[in-house]
Ligand binder design. Structure first.
Ligand code: IPM
Ligand code: MG
Length: 359
């Protein structure tokens, strides 16, 4: 079976880290057709659009997409539709990638990298399931206008719309319960039902869906409290399911608990299992081209791709084992380095993973 993979390197450190992940993929002895296309600011510079039609078509015709990162300050002044971020938002929407899986795992070797005390984070293993194609990110209407009512009548105002339909909530809730069944059967749904109508409907719908999963212990938490509990006692969480906006914020917080956002992969899936895989970190333009970026989050994203979209679990295990091996051998990139360890460049870390794979 030949797998078609689209590689979209993007901006900043995107090209260097995806290069290493592609090297690792090519070591697995699988039949892969890997094609690259520009995305984000890089695509804008080439063709005037962050998500050119050819790039979107390549993504649509592939079983899976390996995405680097997009964004650079130099594009901040462009009109919104030309900014690099529109590439990832456009891909999510066009491919219907409604389910975003963001694991936050603390590797035992990196326990000191967290800004929290080791006794609070050791053994941390959380899965954040973020709804990715709805909510205030995509809700219409939105815009900037002159207010026609209220105390600021006549003034310029900005507005966005938070909205979720029941079927949208149901499908992500089902995935939340199914993920919980595969783990410790605990699901925490995060909302702001004490204030928002959308959130009340979210909560009622999750409760409705829970009737089909009697073995899962469901809890609910307001998002402000969840942000607090994540730093107070993060190990109380197992699977968190939440909307697009809250998930954006909480997944960055959870990633930081591990102290090594350079290690965390993510998967964004649609209803047919097609997926986009990307590191949880951004494009880090400040270190781009210096060969110091950590490629492990992207390499681990490739492992998630093999597991969730390509049905190659053995190859996925091989990559994850290889990453654990290089960590236990004391190899570190600059972001996770400590005294006594061996500091490697981006490409040297790729070499180390390839060597571990072939052992
Ligand atoms: C993320 C990012 C994106 C988001 C940006 C780049 C549009 O922060 O994937 O979490 O807000 O979803
Ligand atoms: Mg984010």
């Amino acid at each position: 079976m030949t797998h078609r993979i689209a590689v979209l390197p993007g901006d900043g450190i995107g090209p260097e880290i995806t290069e290493q992940a592609v090297r690792v993929l090519n070591e697995l002895g699988l039949a892969l057709v890997i094609e690259q296309a520009p995305v984000g600011g890089a695509a804008y510079d080439l063709s005037g659009h962050p998500l050119p039609p050819e790039t979107l078509a390549l993504a649509q015709n592939s079983s899976a997409i390996l995405f680097g990162a997009v964004g650079d300050w130099k594009y901040d002044k462009l009109p919104r539709e030309h900014r690099p971020e529109q590439a990832i938002l456009g891909l999510r929407k066009a491919l219907g990638l409604f389910a975003n899986l963001r694991p936050a795992i603390l590797y035992p070797e990196l326990a000191n990298a967290s800004s929290l005390k080791p006794e609070i984070v050791s053994g941390l293993d959380i899965l954040i399931l973020r709804e990715l194609t709805g909510d205030i990110y995509f809700g219409q209407p939105r815009g900037v206008r002159i207010a026609t009512d209220g105390p600021y009548k006549g003034e310029q105002e900005g507005f966005d719309t938070m909205r979720y339909a029941v079927p949208e909530i149901k499908r992500i809730a089902h995935l939340g319960f199914q993920s919980a069944m595969k783990r410790s059967r605990k699901l925490c749904s995060v909302d702001k039902a004490n204030v928002l109508e959308t959130s009340q409907l979210w909560r009622d719908t999750v409760i409705e869906v829970s009737k089909e999963y009697p073995d899962v212990a469901l809890s609910h938490m307001y998002v402000d409290n969840a942000a607090m509990q994540l730093v107070r006692a993060p190990r109380e969480f197992d699977v968190i399911v939440t909307g697009n906006l809250f998930g954006d914020i909480l997944s960055d917080e959870a990633a930081m608990l591990t102290g090594s956002i350079g290690m965390l992969p993510s998967a964004s899936l649609n209803a047919s299992g097609q997926g986009l895989y990307e590191p949880s970190h951004g494009s880090a333009p400040d270190i781009a081209g210096k060969g110091v970026a950590n490629p492990l989050a992207t390499i681990l994203s490739a492992a998630m791709m093999l597991r969730y979209s390509l049905n190659e679990p053995v190859a996925a295990d091989r990559i994850e084992d290889a990453v654990r091996q290089v960590l236990s051998q004391g190899f570190r990139t600059a972001d996770i380095n400590e005294s006594g360890m061996t500091k490697l460049s981006t490409a040297e870390m790729g070499d180390a993973v390839v060597a571990a794979l072939n052992k």
